[in-house]
Ligand binder design. Sequence first.
Ligand code: FES
Length: 159
Amino acid sequence: MEDKNNKQTKGDVVSNDKYKEESWVYSGIVKDHFFNPRNILLDSDALYEADGIGVAGSPACGDMMTVWIKINPETKKIKECKWRTFGCASAIASTSMMSVMVTENGGMDIKEAINLKPQQILERLGGLPDRKFHCSVLGHIALRESINDYLKKNGSAKK
Ligand code: FES
């Protein structure tokens, strides 16, 4: 089937020549974090005692992300960052990298972590195809929500 905009459709799959010019190449770091995701929560989340929980959904694709964090109450640094998602390879790799970034070197201060930008995650991943940028936002929004949840339970939340 072909429509007047030169799109070929079959079921819900659409192909269009303009997409052929986009880069579909994933960096070696993205592939590593997709095939070996760090800090993913494989056990029942009911057994994981988190200090904060954040959930985000992507309006672009309907995928969901949950992040669980544990905070050192004295230093206010992130001790653990666990996550789980229905998202794609880019969401998995991005959130895996994010979980490393916020827990490495003794943990990131929650004030720094709440201001983490998707661009910082993309830089550590060696980039993502433009069309996949929204996938890297999922984990970062869920992280922010989890910190806000922690702050609500222990003080004041940032809007
Ligand atoms: Fe839905 Fe990547 S998270 S396409």
